[in-house]
Design a protein around this ligand. Structure first.
Ligand code: IMP
Length: 431
């Protein structure tokens, strides 16, 4: 009953989608356990390329059933758009292949309006949220008055009443606290009744489904969105998201116990990126930043899939990676975008933090307090060669292999895969 958990080891955007894609061969289920349409990855089907925010890219493998777990917050309009575009591209998306937990929470336009109003009110202290209503939807969940997907199964009078009451409550906040325009409750009620009609067949007890699947020996991949450093409890609070991207979040967010966990794969880029505000000790600008970020012309350049914002970039931070190994219990690492380092010489690895005279190889006080630290670097020789056509470990330049070995050594965790380009086959398996 193998459960394999795939988590982002950084601030999100590590390229988890493609590692999930790689590990999907031979899997039966891909189950997403946290977040909502704040996440995003680009998929290519034939000659069409589009962004998926909710549906796991496992949907492109015909043998896989995809699950949106109870730990998620689902915007029904986004989900339906994704179902429609996948179908237009010829991908079979049926209630048999896509199951949404009855206990996942529903995002409404009121959550989005509140998210945006709260951000404006934070002014210089803004978090840089994606504005997708994620925080307010989880706030309602914790306050025990959220709308759950199960309500969409029978869009009856009580559902309409619940949506209307929710919009009325948010409207009071928007008007009184944020001086913002109220929303039209009737329009939202009709919109959501239509979503409910279309989505009801997809709603299921996914925890029961996954646990039966595991009991009968099926292979389940649990896919996290965002990354360890954006975890509500274990990330760089308050510059975090409102869910639990860390590996334990997979169990809570899918309704599974500890027993089936077999592997925990942490995905990290060969460098560091961050969107939104908050401290970033290895951040760089200038020529190196331009090289790491790319121009924005390619889908894999460092610009947000959801918001289009240029990402902040920097050298790989091993202090934070060791932390990710610890809080997730990582059994292995997948290193993405190794090819992007080609032509950068030397390459820096942050191996410790310095504050005044003190040097800390480990985080002295969790990741929320990064501002006082300066990165201490180890310098490694770079390589010139383009790696994108390399498929075998032995063919990598010695400097690239030394870089991967050093990352594994400093993280105390083996690196299983290194990706050298955006295509499915552009991966090197490390020995
Ligand atoms: P929220 O999740 O929209 O509330 O945003 C909170 C923080 O998480 C912001 O800094 C966002 O930029 C960041 N964030 C949310 N989703 C992602 C993601 O998928 N990748 C990277 N950063 C994200």
């Amino acid at each position: 009953m193998p459960l394999e958990v795939i988590v982002g080891a950084q601030w999100g955007d590590e390229g988890k989608g493609r590692i999930v894609d790689l590990m999907s061969a031979g899997a039966d289920y891909v189950a997403r356990y946290n977040g909502g349409d704040n996440a995003g990855h680009t998929v290519t089907v034939g000659d069409r390329t589009f962004a998926l925010h909710l549906v796991p890219s496992g949907i492109l493998h015909p043998q896989i059933t995809c699950v949106l777990g109870n730990g998620m917050v689902v915007h029904p309009g986004t989900l339906l758009e994704e179902i429609d575009s996948l179908r237009e591209a010829g991908v079979e998306v049926t209630p048999g292949r896509l199951r949404v937990s009855h206990a996942a929470h529903v995002i409404t336009p009121a959550h989005r309006a509140l998210d945006q109003a709260e951000e404006r009110a934070r002014g210089a202290q803004e978090i840089g949220t994606t504005g997708r209503g994620i925080g307010p939807a989880y706030t309602d969940k914790a306050a025990r008055h959220g709308l759950r997907m199960e309500a969409l199964r029978g869009p009856d009078e009580s559902f309409r009443k619940a949506v209307r009451a929710h919009v009325a409550t948010v409207n009071r906040g928007l008007e009184r606290l944020y001086d913002a325009e109220p929303l039209d409750a009737d329009a939202i009620v009709s919109e959501y009744a239509e979503y409910a009609r279309r989505l009801a067949p997809y709603v299921a007890d996914t925890a029961g489904l996954l646990s039966e699947a595991l009991d009968s020996g099926r292979r389940v991949l649990a896919e996290g969105a965002q990354g360890t450093l954006l975890d509500l409890d274990h990330g760089t609070y308050p510059y975090v998201t409102s869910s639990h991207p860390t590996a334990p979040g997979a169990l809570l967010g899918l309704g599974l116990g500890l027993r089936p966990v077999e592997r925990v794969v942490g995905v990290t880029k060969a460098f560091q990126t961050r969107v939104g505000a908050g401290p970033f000790p290895t951040e760089v600008d200038g020529e190196v930043a331009l090289r790491l970020r790319g121009t924005g012309e390619n889908p894999w350049d460092e610009f947000g899939t959801t918001t289009g914002r240029p990402r902040r970039v920097g050298w790989l931070d091993l202090v934070l990676l060791r932390y990710a190994v610890r809080v997730n219990g990582l059994t292995e690492l997948a290193l993405t975008k190794l090819d992007v380092l080609s032509g950068l010489d030397p390459i820096q690895l942050c191996v410790a933090y310095r504050a005044g005279e003190e040097v800390h190889p480990q985080l002295p006080y969790g990741p929320a307090e990064l501002a006082p630290y300066e990165a201490v670097y180890e310098t490694l020789p770079g390589w010139e060669a383009d790696l994108t056509s390399i498929r075998r470990w032995e063919e990598l330049p010695e400097a690239a292999r030394a870089f991967v070995r050093r990352v594994a050594e400093l993280a105390g965790t083996p690196v299983r895969f290194a990706s050298v380009g955006p295509e499915r086959e552009q991966v090197v398996t490390a020995p």
